[in-house]
Design a protein around this ligand. Structure first.
Ligand code: UD1
Ligand code: UDP
Length: 360
């Protein structure tokens, strides 16, 4: 049986891996490498447990530090595993430092690379994710963009011949686990202190973790001051990156309408998406999930990453400023039920069948 090394490290990658790995393992021996980029229980283990992802064969324990340091350490350690395992292909997801490090390690060893979720572009290398996905796309053997717009970027960069649209594994996961939840309703959530809070009937769901929004008080507080003034509370599971800043700001400003929680598991997160009135986020995954669930979304970023979600204003960009966010939240949105640009919920099968064509 041929061998494929999948490399993951961050929360959204575990989710994509869950759906792809389930199909991949029917045909290939999968060796799973977890770089350790995300390591808290509720940023990593919880996904493996609740999504039935096999335990990683390797956990490299590399996290934190400057981007170069993290990526460099990953490159060194991943290369050692590839040399030992001699995989027939390396499978990568998205645009994290773990992805780029693995792509570099593989290409130097002449191992073919398959890149899932290729082709997204902001248009600026100021974003660390843009650097990672651009480099990875250009050294991959097969690029598998989720959407036509991502394919267009790859074509413009001369990568059209090695690129195929397969749909979005995040949509696969959303469909699969929403069905598994079968309408069961999340009723409680734990705050930072571990106190159990009954979920309000109506609430906004917020996630915010990008370096550009969370590295200064000013920007994060611009977002908080908007959420504080809304008619319903906001549920905000906070990424460990800005746990301390979020807690301090809410205390200092006396905010009462924002419920800070530790990061939640995937099923809780999609339950929150499905139940929320509206969503405010800077997450690539959550803005798509808002779209999948038909919830109006405000994305607090300067650049569009998922243009399909923006059709008819379903998702809209805002600056991290109170008035701009409130204006955008107050718009009226109608979703076109017939428009589903993220595939049919079976991208994992398409990904594996393209891998099979290549390896056979
Ligand atoms: C990373 C990805 C980003 C992705 C996000 C998903 C890069 C450059 N960025 O950003 O594309 O959207 O994951 O969530 O790869 N930390 C903890 N515990 C954890 C995880 C992280 O304390 O379990 C801390 C780290 O030590 C670090 C900070 O959070 O100090 C940021 O983590 P890092 O993995 O560098 O970046 P993310 O913001 O998570
Ligand atoms: N998510 C989660 N728990 C949380 C916040 C988000 O499971 O506390 C899920 C969310 O539903 C989506 C994914 O994590 O499926 C998005 O990951 P993240 O925002 O960390 O990264 P991005 O998508 O921006 O790369």
């Amino acid at each position: 049986m041929k061998k494929i090394c999948s490399v993951v490290g961050a929360r959204p990658q575990f989710i994509k891996l869950a759906v792809v790995s389930r199909v991949l393992r029917k045909y290939y021996q999968e060796v799973l490498i977890h770089t350790g980029q995300h390591y808290d229980h509720n940023m990593s283990d919880v996904f493996f447990e609740e999504m039935d992802i096999p335990k990683p064969d390797y956990n490299l324990g590399i996290s934190g530090g400057m981007h170069g340091q993290m990526t460099g350490q990953m490159l060194i350690e991943i290369e050692k595993v590839f040399v030992k395992e001699q995989p027939d292909m390396v499978l990568l997801f998205g645009d994290t430092n773990s992805t780029m490090a693995a792509a570099l390690a593989a290409v130097k060893l002449h191992i073919p690379v398959c890149h899932v979720e290729a082709g997204n572009r902001f248009g600026t290398l100021e974003s660390p994710e843009e650097v990672n996905r651009t480099v990875t796309d250009h050294i991959s053997t097969i690029n598998l963009p989720c959407t036509e717009s991502s394919l267009n970027f790859l074509e413009r960069e001369g990568l059209g011949e090695i690129s195929t649209v397969v749909g979005d594994p995040m949509y696969d996961a959303f469909c699969y686990y929403t069905e598994q939840l079968d309408g069961s309703v999340l009723t409680e959530i734990k705050d930072f202190a571990g106190n159990i809070i009954t979920l309000p009937k109506k609430f906004y769901y917020m996630t915010c973790h990008r370096q550009e929004n969370t590295d200064t008080d000013e920007k994060l507080d611009g977002i908080f001051s908007a959420m504080e003034s809304l008619d319903f509370p906001t549920i905000y599971p906070v990424h460990p990156r800005n746990h301390d800043r979020a807690e301090r700001l809410c205390k200092e400003k006396g905010y009462k309408n924002i419920i800070l929680t530790l990061p939640v598991g995937y099923k809780a997160s999609i339950s929150l998406v499905n139940r929320a009135e509206k969503i405010v986020t800077d997450s690539g995954g959550v803005q798509r999930e808002a779209f999948f669930a038909g919830k109006p979304c405000v994305t607090v970023l300067d650049f569009v990453v998922w243009p399909e979600t923006m059709k008819d204003g379903c998702n809209i960009l805002a600056r991290p400023e109170k008035e701009d966010i409130l204006t955008k939240l107050n718009r009226t949105v109608t979703f076109d039920a017939d428009y589903q640009p993220f595939g049919d919920g079976h991208s994992a099968q398409k990904i594996v069948s393209i891998i099979k064509n290549f390896l056979n």
